[in-house]
Design a protein around this ligand. Structure first.
Ligand code: GLA
Length: 384
């Protein structure tokens, strides 16, 4: 009898302890960083550059290691950097990037194996400068994929196998890969990557994925490949956003359409520009866009007025609430850079502007949105 009573008491006290521990973490009271707050929901990552991977930019490194648990190669794995001449590979920066991730126990995402941009000219031409044959380009693609994926097998957990193959209206991008090989280049790229590392998560990555045309074509791509026995594991929705594009609803539609095909979704290159578009109505992250500098297109060189900063924060908040709502479908959310001063957005699509697209400011300090994300992640825990 006595034994029974004390056993009940122990169970009761144990339950109390569990309840107070879970309500603490559920309210996010114990979470002070992004990666703590989002743990169990999705990975939170950032693209990193060579100054960060090498440790030279120690202020950024502090933010990266405190706040993020996943990294993406911003430039060092692009083909112009890693294979500047045929058969001559330069792994200096990519090795540093991978070592940084391994040392800090981070999830490492490789970006990108097959992309028309930031590719060396030799990739597509022969000695005379003429386009190579289909067979030669397939062989070059295969060698490139095998060499990279093979070198980092087991360390790089996922790869953007193909980047940006579809246009806004859903048609095929007329890249050299497409015009020389045909649409089969997608299948071949995924087959080569799978063979090189059967355990890696293989991703198709693109921008403006909220556009209906791109959404439908990507869904068709996943299904067509599956019919041919080839699996895309993950879709990367880049997420280079502006204050007017995309709408949360359209983004959600695409997220659900991709997840409905049985693949994971990564928000792979998130940033939110506050600057006006030089060509209103064109909602694109097409890297080749380049407009001449105009002062009126650079309205905030010295900081954001409060009302503008608040609107920006609210929009990020809306998207993070969406990501948390669908956290079971999302593998990772990756910011395209750490602090505002390092973002490509300052120079694209117009060189020399001052933008504020990221979660950390020019003094390496977290913005208001960081605390909001930590807070809503905690409350999302309460609701589950
Ligand atoms: C695209 C690419 C990235 C990067 C950004 C802009 O989204 O996928 O590698 O080049 O453009 O910097």
């Amino acid at each position: 009898m006595n034994d029974n009573l004390s056993m009940k008491k122990i169970i009761f006290l144990g339950l109390l302890a569990c309840m107070s521990a879970s309500s603490l973490s559920a309210k996010g009271l114990s979470a002070t960083t992004l990666k703590e707050a989002l743990s169990g929901k999705f990975l939170i990552g950032t693209a990193i550059n060579d100054e960060q991977a090498s440790g030279e930019d120690s202020l950024s490194v502090k933010v990266i290691t405190q706040q993020f648990n996943s990294i993406t190669a911003e430039n060092c794995m692009k083909s112009e950097v890693i294979q500047p001449r045929e058969g001559v590979f330069d792994f200096t920066q990519a090795d540093r990037f991978v070592d940084f991730g391994m040392k800090n126990n981070m999830y490492i995402h490789g970006h990108t194996l097959v992309w028309h941009s930031q590719a060396p000219a030799w990739f597509f031409v022969d000695d005379q400068g003429n386009d190579v044959s289909r067979d030669v380009l397939i062989e070059r693609m295969k060698n490139h994929i095998f060499t990279l994926v093979g070198r980092y097998k087991g360390k790089v957990k996922s790869w953007d196998v193909v980047n940006e193959a579809i246009m806004d209206d859903g048609s095929w991008r007329q890249s050299k890969f497409y015009t020389i090989i045909g649409e089969d280049y997608i299948r071949l790229a995924f087959e080569f990557a799978r063979e090189a590392d059967p355990d890696a998560v293989l991703t198709y990555n693109d921008y403006s994925m909220a556009n209906e045309g791109r959404r439908n074509s990507v869904v068709k791509m996943i299904q067509d490949l599956r019919e041919q026995g080839v699996k895309i594991d993950e879709i990367g929705m880049q997420g280079h956003m502006s204050m007017s594009f995309p709408s949360v609803d359209e983004f959600e539609k695409s997220l659900l359409a991709f997840a409905g095909c049985g693949v994971k979704v990564a928000v792979s290159e998130l940033d939110l520009t506050i600057l006006p578009s030089p060509q209103p109505g064109v909602n694109s992250a097409e890297v080749s866009l380049n407009y001449e500098y105009q002062k009126q297109m650079n309205p905030y060189p010295d900081g954001l007025p409060d009302s503008v900063a608040t609107a920006w924060t609210n929009r990020y908040n809306d998207f993070f609430r969406l990501f948390l709502k669908h956290s079971d479908k999302i593998s990772r959310v990756t910011l395209w850079g750490v602090t505002d001063n390092q973002s490509w957005r300052n120079n694209w699509p117009m060189y020399g502007r001052t933008d504020y697209p990221l979660l950390f400011d020019r003094n390496y300090q977290p913005k208001v949105i960081v605390n909001q994300i930590i807070d809503i992640a905690g409350r999302a825990g309460d609701e589950q």
